[in-house]
Design a protein around this ligand. Sequence first.
Ligand code: FES
Length: 106
Amino acid sequence: MADWRRVAPVAEFPPGTRWLADLDGVGIVIFNLDGDYHAIEDVCSHDGGELASGRLEGCQIVCPRHGARFDIRTGAVAAPPAYEAIASLPTRIHEGWLEVRDDRWD
Ligand code: FES
């Protein structure tokens, strides 16, 4: 099973913020959505665009390239032109740190 990886001290990650991180070469973005933490891979399933700079509307991230929408809680597609989900990664708080685990390859 993949190890949990520390991303940021929770105290530096207030609601409404987002963090970029690199997990062994995989870019991810983590959102603090009203105190709940959600991590997704920073790659749009439509044409590979980055998502981290996209507009967040509620629980949906809007891809800045062509406007596809994804639910940051699950990675599910919410609007085309994307039709495939993006990766959603588990998060946890441990000893005051936000941690993420990429267990897709376990
Ligand atoms: S790359 Fe994201 S909608 Fe096209």
